[in-house]
Design a protein around this ligand. Sequence first.
Ligand code: GSH
Length: 202
Amino acid sequence: MKLYTNRYAPSPRRVRMYAAEKGIALELVEVDIAAGETRAPDYLAVNPFGEVPTLERDDGSRLTESLAICRWLEERTPEPNLFGRDAAERAEVNRWIDRLMFRLYVPTTHVFRHTHPFWATRLTQVPLWGELERAAVLAEYDALDRWLTGREYLAAGRLTMADIVAFVAIDFGKPSGLRVDATRPALARWYEALKARPSARA
Ligand SMILES: N[C@@H](CCC(=O)N[C@@H](CS)C(=O)NCC(=O)O)C(=O)O
């Protein structure tokens, strides 16, 4: 199976980190977002939304959206389980994924798009919006720090997709100056543990 990906982008990183944890081999096809390759006709023929990741299965069919890709892979390769083994675990993992996407990942992308020089010539930046979203992200870091106090992982007492979603979102804050440090000790301990996993370099 092929994964159309980009080494700097968070959405395909979610899939690469997930696949590395599962031991699923994917042939990586690098798509250069900065050079405009996601918007080029060749790639729009692969993914009409002009985004990475796209999974191309061995029969040539394709699937987009990072979480849908991971859920599909999970059905084919259930172990090691990363989405929950029973209804209670799946509910816990999924409520975290939903929350993290809306309250952590999307606001983090807004900080990047509205405050980082990379975007200055690419979109109309609203720096005040970026700063408001920065405050929202930091409030979510506080909430995560409280939750992780006394817990090793976000859900189910083991590594799950929730941890991968959170880790990738937090790392994506770095270019915008968002950092996890000793002022949030439980979150920092969890972050360093995730960062030490080989999958973090996938
Ligand atoms: N919901 C999608 C989001 C995909 C997405 O936004 N991809 C970004 C990179 S993180 C992209 O390909 N951007 C290319 C562009 O805007 O040209 C997913 O989770 O896969």
